[in-house]
Design a protein around this ligand. Structure first.
Ligand code: DGY
Length: 314
């Protein structure tokens, strides 16, 4: 008999990589019988996994998260119940850094608005005076969060000859020389950067990190990129900043809430590009993420150490 697991709707790739070993029952509509039978939970599209859910699932050994950020999982509650938590760090750094640069370039160089214009009947001839963007090469980039993804962003930004500032919980002397990045306080980073990119995890410390005071601190020509999690930025303050020329524009891979309600005023603005949480969404990376999700789960069920275990903070 196959092991029962609870999971969000998942792609074929899961069945392929787990060789059809599992009887997958839907997490969202799990009955008490499904919960009682389940030995693992796969968190594929950021479902909330908390103490009350785990209490219904007395046989679950692991919550295997597809992705690195585990802010939707109560890791402490899992630990209290002797449930392991796995995630997929490392394999998605390059793809997420690529997307950071993609959003930065798209916002700076009016790619989305230009695409709409080029398809419209208004585009009748080449006009060198329209859609003049901001120069990326040689400008200053501030990276908030110098973990694995931040380092990959810095690596790419160097190719654009950018001056790179970073702000991180812990200073990283190891990478300051090798990547030519300079540590800065958050305020200094915001004040000096042409582009500010958020590549930090969502934690108690980063929740609401960028609000009215931080937008005031940014350059009026500044561009904010959020690749972290929506709640790192205060949405109302962002709207205010974008509509009162406190900053020039924003590129958001994540929002709070996510998705935004269809009538949210942020969706009407021309100076923001919003992507539907595509940071790690490349074919190669998605396959690696699923492989690690499966490997973590199988290790836990076999009683082996997880390739990537998440432990409670602190
Ligand atoms: C991550 O890895 O945390 C991404 O947001 C995908 O879940």
């Amino acid at each position: 008999m196959s092991d029962v697991i609870l999971a969000d709707p998942m792609p074929e790739l899961f069945a392929e990589l787990s060789q059809g070993r599992f009887d997958v029952r839907p997490l969202e509509s799990a009955t008490d019988a499904d919960c009682a039978a389940a030995v693992a939970i796969v968190a594929y599209s950021h479902p909330v996994v908390d103490g009350p859910l785990l209490d219904r699932c007395s046989k679950v050994k692991i919550v295997s998260n597809h992705g690195v950020g585990v802010d939707h999982i109560d890791v402490a509650a899992a630990r209290q119940r002797s449930v392991l938590v796995g995630n997929t760090p490392g394999c998605l750094d390059a793809a997420t850094a690529d997307m950071t640069l993609a959003l930065m370039l798209s916002v700076a160089r009016n790619i989305v608005i230009g695409d709409r214009f080029a398809r419209s009947s208004e585009f009748t001839h080449y006009d060198p005076s329209i859609l003049i963007g901001q120069e990326v090469t040689g400008s200053t980039l501030g990276i908030v969060g110098m973990g694995r993804i931040g380092v990959e962003v810095a690596r790419r930004a160097r190719a654009f000859h950018m001056k790179i500032l970073y702000h991180n919980r812990n200073r990283r002397p190891d990478i300051e020389d090798s990547f030519g990045v300079q540590f800065a306080s958050l305020n200094d980073l915001l004040g000096e950067s042409d582009f500010v990119t958020l590549n930090c995890p969502l934690t108690e410390q980063t929740h609401g990190l960028i609000g009215p005071a931080e937008f005031q601190q940014m350059k009026r020509s500044g561009i904010l990129i959020n690749m972290a999690r929506g709640p790192v930025v205060q949405t109302d303050a962002l709207y205010e900043a974008l509509t009162t020329n406190q900053i020039a524009a924003a590129g958001l891979d994540v929002t709070d809430p996510e998705p935004l309600p269809r009538d949210h005023p942020l969706l009407q603005l021309g100076n923001v590009i919003i992507a539907p949480h595509l940071g790690s969404a490349s074919n190669v990376t998605r396959r690696r993420m699923m492989q690690i999700t499966v490997d973590n789960m199988i290790a836990a069920l076999d009683g082996s150490p997880l390739p990537h275990e998440v432990r409670p903070a602190g």
